[in-house]
Each structure stands twice: as structure tokens, then as C-alpha cells.
Design a binder for this molecule. Structure first.
Ligand SMILES: [Zn+2]
Length: 134
């Protein structure tokens, strides 16, 4: 599986583990269903520039538009079924794995402290993608 595939998938896995499913849904509707960013920004109530930034980020990491589409196509369903490990609580975020409140950005916390969980999910999704390829 190519490195770009893994990098863009990792980006999405971290977002979902941090409880951000909106980015995942918006990306799927943009890349697969061909919905426009302005419609999606209205639907999900996120800023158009912010949304464009996420889309850009995923395409950049994937290397090109086609691979980004492939990442979403193969991993959207497994990612939708994930349970976030960080939850929003009044005044901030709480990590259910560390069992403590977070003082840092939840995505950063997951990327740095829960690399093992991220890696495991990335390799599971990669395996699913490989299987659907053959
Ligand atoms: Zn933690």
C-alpha cells in the first residue's frame, strides 16, 4: 500500500478518534458524491475556509485527488464504525484511554500519545482496502 494512502488515512483516523466525524462525512460527500464545499459548509455548520483546508490537507497527503478518493472509498465505512477515544466535556476534552482531562489539542494528544492505537486502526483499514482491491 503506498505511503500517501497511509498518511492521508492516518490523518482521518486521528480526526475520528478525536471525535470529529463531521470532517469525515464532509470529505466523503465532497470527494465521492461531488457535493460542493459551500453546500457542505452550510450543512455541517463549519466555515468554508476551514472545510477547504481539511479537503486540501487530505488531498495533499494522499498525493492527488484520485488517491484521496480511494482512501475515502475504501475506509469510510470502517472509520464510521470507530468509537472516539477523546470526548468533549464541559471546559475541554477528556481522554478515555488515559482517563484524564486534556490540556493540549486532542488531535495532537492522540498523534503523540496513542500512536499504537492509530497504527493498529490504520493497518486494519489498509488490510480491508487491499482485500477489496483484489
Ligand atoms: Zn490519552
Amino acid at each position: 500500500m503506498n505511503e500517501n494512502f497511509v498518511e492521508s488515512l492516518r490523518y482521518l483516523v486521528i480526526k475520528v478518534l478525536a471525535g470529529d466525524f463531521i470532517t469525515l462525512h464532509a470529505l466523503k460527500e465532497y470527494l465521492i458524491d461531488g457535493e460542493s464545499p459551500s453546500v457542505l459548509s452550510h450543512k455541517y455548520k463549519i466555515g468554508k475556509f476551514k472545510l477547504r483546508g481539511y479537503i486540501q490537507r487530505v488531498i495533499e497527503k494522499a498525493g492527488n485527488y484520485r488517491i484521496a478518493q480511494y482512501v475515502i472509498k475504501s475506509s469510510y465505512n470502517p472509520l464510521c464504525g470507530l468509537a472516539p477515544i477523546v470526548v468533549k466535556v464541559p471546559g475541554g476534552y477528556y481522554c478515555t484511554v488515559c482517563e484524564k482531562s486534556l490540556t493540549t489539542n486532542p488531535e495532537r494528544h492522540i498523534r503523540l500519545d496513542h500512536r499504537d492505537i492509530v497504527n493498529r486502526i490504520v493497518s486494519e483499514c489498509t488490510r480491508v482496502a487491499k482485500r477489496s482491491e483484489s
